[in-house]
Ligand binder design. Sequence first.
Ligand code: TXA
Ligand code: MG
Length: 347
Amino acid sequence: MQTKIFDTSEIPAAAALLRQGQLVAFPTETVYGLGAVINNETAVKNVYQAKGRPSDNPLIVHVATPEMVWQYAQPNKLAQQLMTRFWPGPLTIILPLKPQSLLAVVTGGLTTAAFRMPDNSATLTLIKETGIPIVGPSANTSGKPSPTTAQHVYHDLAGKIAGILDDGPTKVGLESTVIDLSVQPAAILRPGYLTASALTPILGEVETEQHHVAANVVPKAPGMKYKHYAPNAQVVIVAPAVDFTAAVQATRRQVSGPLGVLAFDDQLRQIAAAGNHAPAVVTFALGDDLEQAAQELFAGLRAFDDQPAIKTILAAGVPETGLGIAYMNRLKKAAGGQFFSFDSGEK
Ligand code: TXA
Ligand code: MG
């Protein structure tokens, strides 16, 4: 199958493919999603197949208006308030369903489902033109970093999907915050750009325990899901309190090939000033603030896959507050939890 790239003037053609049961990747403010209409079982199954995703991991239903949700979910005042405040935006809301309202292939057989109205006008138009909500897991091969450009999607899924709607790089760069309103108190299942402190004015108490999703969705072997967002090289996190330049020098002595470095601009300047340059040290810049770093993280992780000689990547850790919680959640998964330390040799 040839994968067609659509620009935002070609939304009707992309919508037509979706209505025919084809897969079309779409932009959002967080990451690109892999779309299929929610009422076509074969199309939704093909989403899992194209990604290589385990079929028990439920999908987010993407809507163009808050009203679209209430055809499927049970009425919920708090959800309505969240939607008014944060939609369109990077917040996914899990709600109890009306009986038989969604295919089991969408929900993973659960009695709840995840809903989200993304903040991207091309995609909102796409959903409206399609006339029905679309599922949308991140449009990457399962286990790889989520795609923040149409080119990332093409790299992973070319030949497996009918189209990609290209609206340039995504703004937020990390997937949406997932809040579960089917439990009391409400629980954040996945941290994102919107933090607990943004949600508590509406929800009151918010549980932020992060094991929830794994416990809920993959009860058998949550540990096997731990490494995710992973490039081919081993990622090692440099904690914010550690001198990054010293970590680079120490690690250079341990690795045979080039060393990958994913760091903030000021860290890169210091690393270069200490005499660490290409080809021995290959860098990717995260910018100079956390918002930029969140936006660039997945692109940075992917960039090193172009250079197979790189076996180790040192990546900048940040304090786990605010957006730093979501950033570190993804980076720890990419690293399989590995942090740099001076006493344990390379890692
Ligand atoms: O930003 C995003 O949310 C992106 C863009 C494309 O919208 N989508 C995305 O989808 O990240 P995905 O499939 O990669 O992540 C959805 C997460 C998974 O962790 C899944 O287990 C969880 O939401 N989820 C979905 N439905 C659920 C449910 N009913 N109960 C608990 N967790 C659920
Ligand atoms: Mg994903």
